[in-house]
Design a protein around this ligand. Structure first.
Ligand code: ANZ
Ligand code: ZN
Length: 894
C-alpha cells in the first residue's frame, strides 16, 4: 500500500538514470537502530571536549505530533549534529511538559486517569520523535509529572519560601457558582463556565505567589546583554516588565469633604500615581479603583456606589478586560484640592478603568492628554483643558476634540510651568511637590513603577505539582520537611464531580502538622505548569538522577547555547525561566544569571485546508489535487473547497503525520523540505510538490555519490600535486561548500545551506559528466570526485543523516558519518578563484556553471557542453553557436 504510494507520488522515478535507488524505508530504521545501539548521542558530563548545549522547547504530550511540530526539533538537530562533527561535546536532550488541564479534561470526559493518558501519549509521541531521526540523548529524558522531577521542584519551592521569594496573599479567581469550582482563564468562555454555562464570579482566595517583581529591574537590564536573542522578543519582555518613571502625588480632601463625615477618620488625602506630573494643571478629576480601600469604605454607606462596584466586577477586572470596556464612573461627591493651586478643587470618582494593583490604585485625570481620561470626561461632562501645546501651533486655535494629544510640546495654561518643555515641566513639578508637605509627608515623591506583577502559581487542580505545605490551625502554613518529599499526587482520586479532586482525597489531605503534631491539612492547590518549565533546562544538565539540580553540572552546561521554540513563549515562559534562574542563584542553588545565551524563534508550518461539499474538514490524504486550486475527494470524486494555508492544526485536519511521510518518502525528505526554501523564522508551507522536490534531491545526492564512487579514486588515495581546471573547479566548489554550509548552520540559515548544497550538486554533476566522457578518468579528477563525494556526504549529514550514513558506507567508510569530523578545508581553495557564469540557452537563463577564473573560452565551452541542461536543450544536435563572454555569461544557441 505505501509502496504503491511511493511509486505514484514520485513522478520522476522513471526518468532516473541510475538503477540504484536510495531506499529510505530500509535505510532509516536501520541507522536509527545503529545509533541507538552504539549510544552515540549519549552525553557524558566528564567529556573533556568543549560543551555545546542545544535544546528545543519541550512538547506538551497532547496525543500525537504532526509534521508541523517537527520543524524546531529538526532545526535543533541539525545544529546538534553539526556541532558534534565540529568536535563539541553536545547536549541535546528531550522531555515532556506533562502536567496540565487537558489530561484532567480527558479524565472528566472519558474516564481515563490523567496519569495513564499522559504516559500513553508520551510513549506514542516519543516513538514519533524517534522516527524523525533526532540525535537526542534519551537517557536524560524527563517528564515533569514524574515524582522524581517534581520532588526537586518542591524542594525549590521550599527554598523560595525560606528566602522570602514565595508568599501567600489574597487574590481573585474565576469562580463557577454552579460547579462550585475555580476555573482557569481558558475555562471561562464569554464570561461563563465552560461546563456549567453559569456566569463566572470573581472570588478572593488565599494563594501562593512568587516574588518575580523583586527582580524586575535586573530582568529588564539584563535584556541588553542577550545579544543572541531576537530583538522582537527582548522588546516584548521590556514592555511586559513595563518600567515607568513617575510620581506619587497627594491630593488633600477639601474641608467640606472631610467634615461630610463619610471618610475614614485617618483619611486626609488621596495618593495617585502619574507619569505625567507636567500635566497637573490640566487635571479635571480624580478616580479611584473600585477595589481601592477608600471606595470600599464609602460603599459601606452608599448602596448606589456598592451597586456600581458590583457592576464593575461583572465586566472582569483583568487589565485586558478593562482595556476593552466602556468607561464608567461614579461621582462620590467628595472633592480634593489641586496640589499646585489651592483655589482649585477637583471631584473624586470611582472609575472602572483604574486598576487596583498598579501604582496606587488612584489617578488624576487629564482629559486633554490621555485618551481614557478624555472618553471619561466627555461622558461625564468634565472640563478638558489642554496644557501641552504642539510645536508651531497657535495656542488660541488648539482644541482637543475627541482625540487626546499625547505628543511633545510646550506647556501652557499652566501657571509657573508655562513655556517649559515636557521634561523640564516634569522636573519643575517634582521639585516643588517634593518640598510641599501634607502632614509629615512630602506632597510628591518620585517613583519607579513596573507593570510586572508577582506570579500567582496556585491552581485548584489535580494534575500538577503539589505545593509542599501543610496548613495547621495553630502554626499556620508549614513547609513539608524536606526528607518527606516528594509530596506525591495520590493516584486514587475521582473525577466524577466538579472541583479539585485533591480537596476530597481525605486520606492524602489530612495529616499531622509537622511542627506541633496536631491534625492539619495539606495544601490542595498545585503549581501553575509554567513552574515546571521554568527550570527543566537546569535539570537536563545533571546526569545523576540522585542530584536533579546539580550546581556543578549547571555551571558546566549552562547557559544553553541555543534554545529554539515558538514565539508564543516570547514572554511568560522565557521571563519565568529567567526569573527562576536568578531566584535559584539567590538561594545558592546555581551560579548563573541568564539561562539562554542564544534564542531562536522558528516559524510555523502551514498547510492548505480542505472542505467537502458538506462543509466537513478533510485530511490532505483524502484529497486529490487537480492543479490551479481545484481538488476532489478521492473517495467519491466530489468537489473539495481549497482554502489558503494556515497553521497546521488537528481541528482543521490540515495536518500531515510524520509516519505517513516516513513511509512514503522517508523522514530525510521531510527534514530536507522543512529546512528548504523558507527562512527558518518565517512560516513555511507544506506542499506535495515541495516534498516531492525533496525526494528527488535525496535521490540525486545518492546518485552523485555513487557515480563518484564508480568513477573516482579509491578511499585514501594520495593527493595529486597538480589539478586540471575541471578537477580544480570541483575541488574549489567542494571546499567552498564545506566552508559556507558551516557558516550557514552556525547562523541557523538552514534554507541558505540547502541552497548551497543544491548549487554544489550542479557543479558536481557537471564534473561527473566530464569524467564520464573520458576513456580513463585522470587521477587528479578521480581524486577530486572522491573528495567531493566525501565532503557532500559530510555536509548533508546534519540535515539528512540517514542518507548520509548510507552514502558513507557506499564510500567505503567503516565508521559512522554522525561521528566523523567536519571536513577540513584547504584555505587556498577558498580564494575567489572561480566565477559563476549564468548559462543562457536561446536567450533564457537555464543554468549556472562555476569555472576557474582563468579558464579560457574554449575550456568554458567544453564544460558548458557537458551540462545536463545544455545537453537536454541540444537533444543530440550540435549547437548553432556558443558565445562565451569571459567572466560574465555564456550564450548557447541551440
Ligand atoms: C496623569 C496623566 C496625564 C497620565 C496624562 C497619563 C497621561 P504607565 O506609563 O503605564 O506607567 N495610571 C496610573 N495608575 C493607574 C491605574 N492603577 N490604573 C489605570 N491607570 C493608571 O501609565 C501611567 C499612567 O497611567 C499614569 O499617568 C496614570 O495616568 C495612569 F496626560 O497620570 B497618568
Ligand atoms: Zn501546628
Amino acid at each position: 500500500m505505501t509502496q504503491d504510494r511511493t511509486t505514484e507520488r514520485a513522478p520522476e522515478r522513471a526518468q532516473e538514470r541510475s538503477p540504484d535507488r536510495y531506499n529510505a524505508r530500509e535505510a532509516e530504521p536501520k541507522w536509527q537502530k545503529t545509533w541507538a545501539e552504539r549510544g552515540i548521542f549519549r552525553t557524558r558530563n566528564d567529556d573533556p571536549r568543549p560543551k555545546f548545549f542545544v535544546m528545543e522547547m519541550f512538547p506538551y504530550p497532547s496525543g500525537r505530533i504532526h509534521i508541523g511540530h517537527g520543524r524546531n526539533y529538526v532545526m535543533g538537530d541539525v545544529l546538534a549534529r553539526y556541532k558534534r562533527m565540529q568536535g563539541f561535546n553536545v547536549l541535546h536532550p528531550m522531555g515532556w511538559d506533562a502536567f496540565g488541564l487537558p489530561a484532567e479534561n480527558a479524565a472528566i470526559e472519558r474516564g481515563i486517569h490523567p496519569k495513564s493518558w499522559t504516559y500513553e501519549n508520551i510513549a506514542s509521541m516519543r516513538e514519533q520523535l524517534q522516527l524523525l531521526g533526532l540525535s537526542l540523548d534519551w537517557n536524560r529524558e524527563i517528564a515533569t509529572c514524574d515524582p522524581s522531577y517534581y520532588a526537586e521542584q518542591q524542594r525549590i519551592f521550599l527554598d523560595f519560601l525560606d528566602n522570602g521569594l514565595a508568599y501567600r496573599k489574597e487574590s481573585e479567581v474565576n469562580w463557577d457558582p454552579v460547579d462550585n469550582t475555580v476555573l482557569a482563564n481558558e475555562q471561562v468562555i464569554d464570561g461563563r463556565g465552560w461546563r456549567s454555562g453559569a456566569i463566572v464570579e470573581r472570588r478572593k482566595l488565599s494563594q501562593w505567589f512568587l516574588r518575580i517583581t523583586d527582580f524586575a529591574q535586573e530582568l529588564l537590564d539584563a535584556l541588553d546583554t542577550l545579544d543572541r536573542w531576537p530583538e522582537k522578543v527582548r522588546l516584548m519582555q521590556r514592555n511586559w516588565i513595563g518600567r515607568s518613571e513617575g510620581m506619587e502625588v497627594l491630593f488633600e480632601f477639601t474641608r467640606a469633604s472631610v467634615s461630610a463625615g463619610t471618610l475614614p477618620a485617618a483619611a486626609k488625602a488621596v495618593k495617585v500615581y502619574t507619569t505625567r506630573p507636567d500635566t497637573l494643571f490640566g487635571a479635571s478629576f480624580l478616580a479611584l479603583s473600585p477595589d481601592h480601600p477608600l471606595a470600599q469604605h464609602l460603599a459601606l454607606k452608599d448602596a448606589a456606589l456598592a451597586a456600581f462596584i458590583a457592576e464593575c466586577k461583572r465586566g472582569g477586572t483583568s487589565a485586558e478586560e478593562i482595556e476593552t470596556q466602556e468607561k464608567m464612573g461614579y461621582a462620590t461627591g467628595l472633592e480634593v484640592v489641586h496640589p499646585l493651586d489651592d483655589k482649585r478643587t477637583v471631584p473624586v470618582y470611582v472609575a472602572n478603568f483604574v486598576l487596583m494593583d498598579y501604582g496606587t490604585g488612584a489617578i488624576f485625570g487629564c482629559p486633554a492628554h490621555d485618551q481614557r481620561d478624555l472618553d471619561f470626561a466627555r461622558k461625564y461632562g468634565l472640563s478638558v483643558t489642554p496644557v501641552v501645546l504642539p510645536a508651531e501651533t497657535d495656542p488660541g486655535a488648539f482644541v482637543v476634540d475627541d482625540v487626546a494629544y499625547d505628543g511633545d510640546g510646550t506647556l501652557f495654561n499652566s501657571g509657573f510651568l508655562d513655556g517649559m518643555s515636557v521634561p523640564d515641566a516634569k522636573e519643575a513639578v517634582a521639585r516643588r511637590l517634593e518640598r510641599y508637605r501634607v502632614g509629615d509627608e512630602p506632597q510628591g515623591t518620585r517613583r519607579v513603577n513596573f507593570r510586572l506583577r508577582d506570579w500567582g502559581i496556585s491552581r485548584q487542580r489535580y494534575w500538577g505539582c503539589p505545593i509542599p505545605v501543610i496548613h495547621c490551625d495553630a502554626c499556620g502554613p508549614v513547609g513539608v520537611p524536606r526528607e518527606q518529599l516528594p509530596v506525591a499526587l495520590p493516584d486514587d482520586v475521582t473525577f466524577d464531580r466538579p472541583g479539585n479532586p485533591l480537596d476530597r482525597a481525605k486520606a492524602w489531605r489530612d495529616v499531622p502538622c509537622p511542627k506541633c503534631g496536631k491534625p492539619a491539612r495539606r495544601e490542595t492547590d498545585t503549581m501553575d505548569t509554567f513552574v515546571d518549565s521554568s527550570w527543566y533546562f537546569l535539570r537536563y544538565a545533571s546526569d545523576n538522577p540522585q542530584v536533579p539540580l546539580d550546581k556543578d553540572a549547571v555551571a558546566h552546561w549552562l547557559p544553553v547555547d541555543q534554545y529554539i521554540g515558538g514565539i508564543e513563549h516570547a514572554i511568560l515562559h522565557l521571563l519565568y525561566s529567567r526569573f527562576f534562574t536568578r531566584a535559584l542563584k539567590k538561594c545558592g542553588r546555581v551560579d548563573l544569571d541568564e539561562p539562554f545565551a542564544g534564542l531562536f524563534t522558528q516559524g510555523m508550518i502551514v498547510h492548505e485546508t480542505y472542505k467537502d461539499t458538506a462543509g466537513k474538514w478533510l485530511f490532505p490524504e483524502e484529497v486529490k489535487l487537480l492543479g490551479n486550486g481545484k481538488a476532489v475527494k478521492i473517495a467519491d470524486g466530489s468537489d473539495v473547497t481549497v482554502s489558503p494555508p494556515e497553521k497546521m492544526s488537528k481541528s482543521k485536519r490540515n495536518v500531515v503525520a510524520p509516519e505517513v511521510v516516513a513511509d512514503t518518502y522517508g523522514v530525510d525528505c521531510a527534514r530536507w523540505f522543512m529546512l528548504s526554501d523558507t527562512p527558518p523564522e518565517r512560516d513555511s508551507e507544506w506542499t506535495q510538490g515541495g516534498i516531492e522536490g525533496a525526494w528527488r534531491f535525496v535521490q540525486r545526492v545518492w546518485r552523485l555519490v555513487n557515480e563518484a564512487v564508480e568513477l573516482g579514486a579509491s578511499a585514501g588515495s594520495p593527493r595529486p600535486d597538480a589539478f586540471s581546471p575541471t578537477a580544480l573547479g570541483l575541488r574549489r566548489a567542494a571546499h567552498g561548500l564545506v566552508a559556507t554550509v558551516a557558516e550557514d548552520i552556525e547562523r541557523l540559515r538552514f534554507n541558505v545551506a540547502v541552497a548551497h548544497v543544491h548549487e554544489f550538486a550542479n557543479a558536481f554533476g557537471s564534473a561527473i559528466a566530464v569524467a564520464r566522457a573520458e576513456k580513463a578518468v585522470p587521477a587528479d579528477l578521480a581524486f577530486a570526485l572522491r573528495e567531493a563525494a566525501e565532503m557532500l556526504a559530510s555536509v548533508v549529514a546534519p540535515m539528512v543523516p540517514h542518507l548520509a550514513e548510507e552514502c558513507w558506507v557506499a564510500l567505503g567508510g567503516s565508521t559512522l558519518v554522525a561521528q566523523a569530523p567536519w571536513p577540513k578545508v584547504e584555505a587556498d581553495l577558498l580564494r575567489q578563484d572561480t566565477v559563476t557564469l549564468p548559462i543562457q540557452i536561446n536567450g533564457k537563463k537555464r543554468d549556472d556553471i562555476v569555472v576557474p577564473r582563468e579558464a579560457t573560452a574554449a575550456e568554458v565551452e567544453a564544460l558548458v557542453l557537458k551540462l545536463e541542461s545544455v545537453q537536454r536543450a541540444l537533444d543530440g544536435r550540435a549547437p548553432k553557436r556558443i558565445i562565451v563572454v569571459p567572466q560574465r555569461i555564456v550564450n548557447v544557441v541551440a
